[in-house]
Design a protein around this ligand. Sequence first.
Ligand SMILES: Cc1ncc(COP(=O)(O)O)c(C=O)c1O
Length: 490
Amino acid sequence: MIDATHLLRHQLVQRSAGQTVRQRLAEVLRSAVLDGTWEAGAVLPASRVLARELGLGRNTVLHAYEQLTAEGYLSADRQGTVVCHLGPRSGSAPPGLHAAQRYGLPPLARRALPTLLQPGEDETPLPFLPGIPALDQFPLERWRRRVAQAWRAVPTGTLAGRDVGGEPVLRAAIAGYLRASRGVRCAPEQVVVTSGTQESLVLCAQLLADPGERVWMEHPGYLGASTAFVSAGLQLVPVPVDAEGLAPPPALWRRQPPRLVYTTPSHQYPLGVPLSLSRRLALIEHARRAGCWVLEDDYDSEFCRGVPLAAMQGLAPDAPVVYLGTFSKTLYPALRLAYAVLPEGAVDAVMPALARRLSPGRVAEQEALASFIHDGEFTAHLRRMRRLYAERQAALRQALQQAWPLPLALSPGEGGMHLAMALPSAVDDREVVRHARARGLEPRALSTYAVAGATPLNGLVLGYANVPAEQVSERVRTLASAVRQAMARE
Ligand SMILES: Cc1ncc(COP(=O)(O)O)c(C=O)c1O
């Protein structure tokens, strides 16, 4: 075991202006590995021990360890946190940016770092994974028939791909749906069909901001959005969320004016609170004055309790808002169809730039979806899912009341497809997630939604839309045992 305390205590104090303790700690650890102060295979002290000895928060140390692990300097194994072999001839490949070194290849870009998955994180939808709709309730047979019918009508000429903004019938169907159900001001020409909100965000980042410009992100916030912005070279500015949603301190507009503001106003992701009407109007007004764009991600408004507030996009004429929606929640994620609605005045400027960035395709699925919406099947499916998710949420709340081994601290938001809850600081959310995964469950740690080094919240995000009500009690009991095991380790 390395005696790291002496070295670190000495070097930690030499922080450069504006550098946080967390950044300095990562820097010192990195150079100790690079200059050979700590040899490959040496074991670092447990984060809790090091935090105590240095008088730091445990999360500060954990974050630095995780960052260096993702970069490939450290790795976690049964002994604890271990220094990696960095030489190109090394037998063990360090993970992260340097993983390809084993094959003599260069490292990945540094900006890929915050977007690398942690070991064990993947997209297998186990129970409680947030964002997955009730897959077993999707009318698959009827959908299959519609897609088959659409394929029969597809003319050969369209196989090369055609309309950049999407199939005209789908753009018209989406515009009609959004006008009627979300108060969005839009004509079909303003609708751009994409392969997911992820793609919509990448396009917004590329077309509306230049590298190095600031994007305000709700903290905690949607990782897919941070990934899109970081990949476009934008600078993330975490903005707190309170009981009324996104809550930028007034001085922030002056001190760190944004080029983009990303927000989930109907149901903040992941905390669940809606953005109040007065905040919506203030945000539009501020954005106009600051000359910045607002990206309104309305990812699950269809399942909000009661009548969700109308979309920000429709609150004022010519608001500088790009409205984003997806069929990943309302239908199924692998459909990969979503939409961005441009302000009317931006259509002529943006469309030509999209031509080089969007590769139109999936004509039959787009046609099938247009007829699904047009014939009323879409809204009928939504009505059914709204009822079902309300039942599933109620079952989850009840099971948590009965079996949760800690004081229950659910975040106040209602409706949607997930619940967020706080955990006491003594119970590490990532440990809980690790034990839950070993039991076949996949809640998300709230700390992983932290934006750009802002202090992570400690808690869990539980997706329930894909967990049948009759299975919820047992799943919650299993999750409670994962919590107990994490507590026993503390
Ligand atoms: C906040 C938020 N926006 C959008 C999406 C959907 O993204 P996509 O359309 O790329 O599937 C998700 C999915 O989890 C989400 O959580």
